[in-house]
Design a protein. Structure first.
Length: 276
């Protein structure tokens, strides 16, 4: 039986700060241990030993199934295994299930290798991203919606579309498609997260004039059609069809710069994301 342990936010910050203090060689050595799933048994309460072994086996099995890609299927498999390994009972009530300190202990102490492999730090350098929509690129600051023009949602660009298709700009996982189909979240294989918002206030259309071609959780290749929309019908209904494309995890990167103006499409690189 697992003796559920807790790790506070402040204590976890101390551990992460220690990692940050490592020089490149020290952290590379730690990373190599994690990639080999080598975590000292002394790092966590011994009652977690079987738990770690079974969850790690599920993670590695799912990783084979996804060809090494960190996808929704992998998360689903691991999530189901967690549910099986941690059933609600007298030892693990709904109160414990909602205690972040218990999950933080598992993430930082018991399974730091899985946590690191699932959410890796992007490699240094820069990544260039093509446009998911064909049309004329404009600055985000020129979008007629302060939520986007203020960059509150992240840095990026916008497109005045000439066609009614949203294509995957790179190999990626479809993180979310809103029920109204006007907004899409993609997680690129590089770790960059994109929010693509078709039009202004088009949520009010409740999905009318939009067609979804993939499902959330799917891993798709560059050029895959994600959503199509009837540009002319949306405009006729009185809506601005400008499509903001923002990096929703902009805070993780050193800089995000627009490198193309004018006509853009899935073959033209529009922004350059520089890794910290």
């Amino acid at each position: 039986m697992i003796r559920y342990q807790k790790l506070s936010y402040s204590d976890a910050k101390v551990i992460i700060a220690e990692y940050d203090s490592y020089d490149d060689n020290e952290f590379k050595d730690l990373e190599n241990h994690w990639r080999a799933n080598d975590v000292s048994a002394s790092a966590f309460d011994p009652s977690y030993e079987d738990f770690r072994h079974e969850l790690l086996a599920e993670f590695n099995s799912a990783l084979v199934e996804t060809s090494g890609k960190m996808t929704y299927l992998l998360d689903l498999r691991v999530g189901i295994k967690l549910f099986q390994l941690m059933p609600l009972d007298s030892n693990f009530s709904i109160i414990e299930a909602n205690n972040d300190d218990i999950w933080r202990y598992i993430s930082v102490k018991v399974m730091p290798d899985i946590t690191y492999l699932r959410y890796p730090t992007p490699e240094k350098g820069s990544i260039r991203i093509t446009s998911p929509v064909e049309g004329e690129a404009i600055k985000l600051e020129d979008v007629k919606d302060e939520v986007f023009s203020s960059e509150a949602m992240g840095k990026g660009f916008a497109v005045m579309p000439t066609t009614g298709e949203v294509l995957a700009p790179e190999d990626c996982t479809v993180s979310v498609i809103f029920p109204t189909k006007h907004a899409i979240g993609l997680t690129l294989d590089s770790g960059i997260e994109l929010l693509i918002h078709i039009g202004m206030n088009t949520v009010d259309l409740n999905g009318k004039f939009f067609e979804q071609h993939v499902q959330a959780g799917m891993h798709v290749t560059k050029g895959t059609k994600i959503v199509s929309f009837d540009k002319e019908a949306i405009e006729k209904a009185g809506y601005d069809v400008t499509v903001p494309v923002v990096v929703s995890n902009s805070n993780l990167f050193k800089s995000i710069e627009t490198i193309s103006n004018g006509h853009v499409d899935e073959n033209i690189e529009v922004i350059c994301v520089e890794i910290k």
